[in-house]
Ligand binder design. Structure first.
Ligand SMILES: Cc1cc2nc3c(=O)[nH]c(=O)nc-3n(C[C@H](O)[C@H](O)[C@H](O)COP(=O)(O)O)c2cc1C
Length: 190
């Protein structure tokens, strides 16, 4: 059921790094993005895949993890993603991608969840550093990175409390809690 899949599709930031992801798995996930909606059907998104340890390490150092966890620089060696999909806009096709990259990300992550994987979207990227490290041509605008792997953490959804705090938190057992607003709060009755 789509609701079960969406509930399971949380942002995971700790993984079994040894659980390798095949290149074909990443290609299958990008195929879901390829078949998704695109503004004006321009399909200007392009993708870089990574499932090799060295390339993964090169990408990892340019990502900024969990802004609300001030004292956590990101997953330790052994708990890092086993793969990445980097979403680019090919500006030779169009410089306007509307929200295609968000739709593509969700398609990729739902597909990953269905395969027993998990991931996290990154907009907070040292883009120039990543461009240099991977030698990405200037005609590609770097939009998002999706980290992927076999999740090694538990994520629990919570209700936003009366104080309105939406910050995720980790408890003493390292369980990650994510507050979500109620349906009544987000639907505006006119
Ligand atoms: C567009 C977008 C950009 C994001 N960028 C980052 C990021 O740079 N670093 C990070 O750790 N998480 C990032 N996230 C993950 C969010 O923090 C996460 O979606 C949020 O905490 C809610 O958790 P959930 O995905 O489990 O519902 C991003 C999510 C989205 C949709």
């Amino acid at each position: 059921m789509i609701k079960d899949l969406i509930i399971k599709n949380r942002s995971y930031r700790r993984f079994y790094q040894d659980a390798a992801i095949e290149k074909q798995t990443l290609r299958d996930l990008v195929d879901l993005a390829r078949l998704s909606a695109s503004a004006g059907n321009m399909q200007s998104l392009k993708y870089i895949l990574s499932c090799e340890p060295q390339k993964n390490a090169d990408i990892f150092k340019h990502l900024r993890w969990a802004a609300y966890y001030k004292d956590w620089p990101g997953p330790i060696e052994g708990e890092r993603p086993a793969g990445y999909i980097i979403i680019l806009c090919d500006t030779s096709i169009s410089t306007n991608y509307f929200c295609d990259h968000g739709i593509a990300s969700q398609s990729i992550l739902l597909g990953a969840t269905e395969k027993g994987l998990g991931g996290c979207i990154f907009a907070s990227i040292d883009k120039e550093g990543l461009r240099k490290t991977l030698n990405i041509n200037d005609k590609f605008e770097i939009l998002l990175a999706i980290a992927l792997g076999k999740p090694k953490e538990k994520v629990v959804l919570e209700k936003v409390g009366p104080d309105g705090n939406i910050k995720y938190w980790r408890d003493e057992s390292a369980v990650h809690h994510v507050p979500k607003r109620s349906l009544d709060e987000i639907i505006i009755e006119l």
